[in-house]
Each structure stands twice: as C-alpha cells, then as structure tokens.
Ligand binder design. Structure first.
Ligand code: SF4
Length: 312
C-alpha cells in the first residue's frame, strides 16, 4: 500500500466524503492528495508545557475538515494558504526542524494529511530521531482512527469546541461534533493518559498524554459551561485543560452577530468561575487582551506569528 492509496476513497475524517483526492477531487477539507503546508518552524505561542524554553516545532497543514467560520487560522484552514511538499521535502524540513532542538514536533490539523504524516513518522523512527510528537487537532476525529494516531504520536492536544449540537451545526455544519469529539477524546485519554509531566512553568516540557483545549466564544458562555461540566463528568478534575480567551473576529464572522466583537471580561470570568467551582487541578488560562501577539498572519512568509519575532 502506498501513501496515496488512503486518499483514493477518502474517509480520513468524520465527513466521510469518499472522494478520490488523488484525482484532485476535493472533499470538505478542500485539499487534494498533494501535501500542503503553510508554516514549519519553532513557535512560542503554545502553552508552556509545549513551548518550554526552546519552542514547539510546529507544522501547520493547509485546509481543515472542521471549517469553523470563526477559525483564528482561517488563512490556512479556509483560504488554503500554503505551499506543496513532496514526501522527501517534508521529511527533510521536519528533520531540520527537529535538529533545531525544539521540544517537540507539533502537527497542527494533521488528520486530512495523516497518510503523509504516518509515513514521515516511520522515517523519523528509522533514522533514530526521538522527539515527542503532538497531534494538535480540532477534536473532530474518527474515534476508530485514534489507535493508529497513537502508534506515532506521544501527545494529543484536541479541542473540545462545542457541547451544544446546535452551535456545532451553526459553526461547522455538523451537529454530531459533541458526540464525535467526546468519543475521540475518550480514546486519546485511554491510550495516553493525562499530560505529563505537568509543569506550567515550561521548565519540564510535556512528553506524553492529553491536554484538551477550549476556546470561549463571545455570546456563548453557556456552551463553555456545558463543555466544562461534560469534561469533568467524563474525566474528573485531573484532566489537563487550556481554557482560552483569545477569540478575535475574523472575516468569516461577518453575518454572525454575536461573533463580531471579542470576548467580554465578564464572559471569561463566568467560565473561569466554573473551572474553579468544579475543582479542575491542571488548567492553563489566558490573559484577556484585545489582540494576542500570536494571532497569525500566514501571508508573512518568514513567520506568521508576531509574538515569535518579539522574542528575538
Ligand atoms: S479528509 Fe477531507 S476529503 Fe477526506 S473525508 Fe475528511 S473532509 Fe472529506
């Protein structure tokens, strides 16, 4: 079986498009079988467990199967910014990235290019390159594929975006997201456990396990409260979380009234109030700022994250 075979009748994600991407037919993710990437490089905008002191070795894939209209990475997920990579180029650039002594390889939105990544991981293992690998995803994964991901990856960093089916339908056109994501994350936790070591100073970067991210959306505090209750009920207070406030309106938000301004302090405080009341023990929170230095501009060929440059 070659890398390309899995793209011929594509069922790599819950959209189940069954299109032949090798013939250039596009499914919901909008990408053919030619691997496309927008940015490869050290990145300092992740949580300290991943950024550590040397940065996270990020690989941002173009396209996305979730396609939320508010996506903060919309230039790559919805507008498909990026350049093509052969398998050889991918291997050589990722090898060079690992040699920069970053703490991990961080595959961002990897599911629709999984066959390329799986082959890449096999090559890295053959070369004796041992570095924690992160599956950094939307949470919208086929639960039955998690075992295969876990054979290559050490860390899962899924989003859990929506507990409300109606909101999922409005934002990404699939009301099944809450069920699908919960099943997928359950598998991730079963296979890898909670993130460890847990060191929010970043002195000891994470080597294995699961951390769940949730972006609080303006006008939808109730969704966030349901997310927290669900995760608490499912995994208990020890599950590592990152509760994010960095929502910023992007062009796709026009036409969606409540998404046209940033998150209000009162909304974030209400969510953090429940984090405290439920007794979650391992939580990253963010400072509520108008615009984060890590809101990317993928039109910048050097480095899309102004926050990375500010460190130089
Ligand atoms: S990876 Fe893309 S083409 Fe394949 S099932 Fe998902 S959305 Fe459809």
């Amino acid at each position: 079986m070659t890398v390309l075979d899995a793209y011929k009748n594509c069922t790599l994600c819950p959209r189940d498009c069954k299109v032949d991407r090798t013939q250039g037919v596009l499914g919901v993710c909008g990408e053919s079988s030619i691997c496309r990437i927008s940015f490869i490089g050290p990145h300092f905008g992740e949580e300290p467990s991943f950024t550590g002191t040397l940065g996270s070795g990020t690989i941002f894939f173009s396209g996305c199967s979730s396609r939320c209209f508010f996506c903060q990475n919309y230039q790559i997920s919805l507008q498909h910014e990026g350049r093509t990579f052969s398998s050889e180029q991918l291997f050589s650039e990722v090898k060079a990235l690992a040699a920069k002594e970053v703490h991990n390889l961080n595959f961002v939105t990897p599911d629709h290019f999984w066959p390329h990544i799986q082959a890449l991981c096999a090559e890295l293992t053959k070369m004796g390159i041992k570095i924690p690998k992160i599956f950094n995803s939307s949470g919208y994964q086929r639960p039955e594929l998690i075992e295969a991901y876990a054979q290559c990856m050490d860390i899962f960093m899924p989003d859990f975006k929506f507990a409300e089916p109606e909101l999922a339908k409005q934002c990404m056109k699939d009301e099944q997201y809450p069920d699908i994501a919960l099943k997928a994350i359950r598998e991730m936790v079963r296979l890898k456990g909670f993130l460890q070591p847990w060191d929010p100073t970043g002195e000891q970067p994470a080597r294995q396990g699961v951390l769940i991210r949730h972006l609080v959306l303006p006008g939808h505090v109730e969704n966030s409260l349901k997310v927290l209750r669900l995760l608490h009920q499912e995994f208990g207070p020890g599950i590592p979380l990152s509760v994010m406030s960095q929502f910023c309106p992007v062009p796709g938000c026009s036409g969606h009234k409540e998404f046209q301004k940033g998150l209000q302090a009162g909304e974030y405080e209400q969510v953090l109030g429940l984090v405290k009341a439920l007794g979650f023990e391992r939580v990253y929170v963010q400072e509520l700022v108008e615009k984060t230095a890590f809101l990317p501009d993928f039109h910048d060929p050097e480095d899309p994250f102004p926050g990375n440059r500010q460190r130089e």
